[in-house]
Design a protein around this ligand. Structure first.
Ligand SMILES: [Mg+2]
Length: 306
């Protein structure tokens, strides 16, 4: 429970903390907040209030509430929630996600149609929202949680590369929630990846890979997942991992949301600075104007994990 709450809150914190630095240069976070351990970094900026979560957490909450209300995976329902969310003027929305959710096509056709016409659909937008489903499906084992990840990813992402990256994330969170080391579980996770995609993930998840070796921006699924795993591997705690992730620059809210889901599952809720968690709030378009606070996220985590 401590780790599940760490994952859910940890991902939302990473999202909110990274948002003011999105598309900025590397090192911007440490330049603004040089000292570790002050906890006052959650101060907003660039149009974001202190503690305000972005689309990453908003979509994650919609997935979480669908899983809980339907007692399992109901793909048309998750898609319907995404549609209501996209139609309710979210403050930010990924380009690919927006295109898929505004096509007017059914849940099982929209993402595939986008992929056929764009040939570019391996953004990190299915990975960014995967922490609640990773917590929910963890007890069902590796195969089931990876399969659920792929199916939820496919609602908005037609490229199987996005499915496989999200599936790896689900499995690493599953391992972390059990108290084991997700880095040691990488070979077994990679072995469960579709063969067409295994080699490319093996590159970005290798122990000697560094985010500067990425061949795409970290808005793509491969370097986004690779950067989150790198941030976990090269640091010793939740706070350090999040700082490292945001300091990479680029798609900072999403890289930090993914890092935070993983690092939160590893280190648990108590590792998250209170000054980061307490200001959290998630305005939730598509929900009749609700705004979720920390207590709501903790309640979601508890229900997802039981
Ligand atoms: Mg975002």
């Amino acid at each position: 429970m401590e780790r599940a709450a760490g994952a859910i809150v940890g991902s939302a914190v990473g999202d909110a903390l990274g948002a003011p630095f999105e598309f900025g240069p590397a090192g911007a976070f440490s330049a603004r907040f040089p000292a570790l351990g002050t906890g006052d970094e959650m101060s907003g900026g660039a149009g974001w209030h202190a503690g305000e979560a972005t689309d990453d957490t908003q979509m994650a909450v919609h997935v979480a509430e669908s899983l809980l209300e339907h007692d399992g995976l109901d793909l048309p329902d998750i898609f319907a929630r995404f549609l209501r969310w996209a139609a309710d003027d979210p403050k930010d929305i990924g380009l690919q996600t927006e295109d898929v959710l505004t096509r007017g096509l059914p849940w099982d056709q929209a993402a595939a149609a986008h992929y056929r016409s764009s040939h570019r659909a391996a953004g990190n937008g299915s990975l960014m929202r995967a922490t609640p489903s990773a917590v929910y499906f963890a007890p069902e084992g590796q195969r089931a949680t990876m399969d659920a990840a792929r199916r939820i990813a496919a609602l908005t992402h037609g490229d199987p590369a996005a499915w496989e990256g999200t599936a790896i994330f689900h499995d690493l969170v599953r391992v972390a929630l059990s108290g084991a080391d997700p880095l040691k579980a990488l070979p077994r996770a990679l072995a469960a990846v579709h063969p067409d995609h295994r080699e490319r993930y093996a590159v970005v998840l290798a122990p000697d890979w560094h985010p500067r070796q990425a061949t795409e921006s970290n808005g793509a699924v491969w370097p986004c997942l690779g950067s989150a795993v790198w941030a976990l591997r090269t640091t010793r705690g939740y706070e350090e991992a999040i700082r490292a992730a945001i300091d990479l620059g680029g798609d900072t809210d999403t890289v930090a949301a993914v890092t935070g889901g993983l690092a939160g599952a590893v280190y648990g809720l108590t590792a998250i600075p209170a000054g980061w968690a307490e200001p959290l709030h998630v305005p939730l378009p598509g929900s009749g104007g609700r705004v979720l606070r920390l207590a709501h996220l903790l309640d979601l985590a508890r229900r997802l994990a039981t």
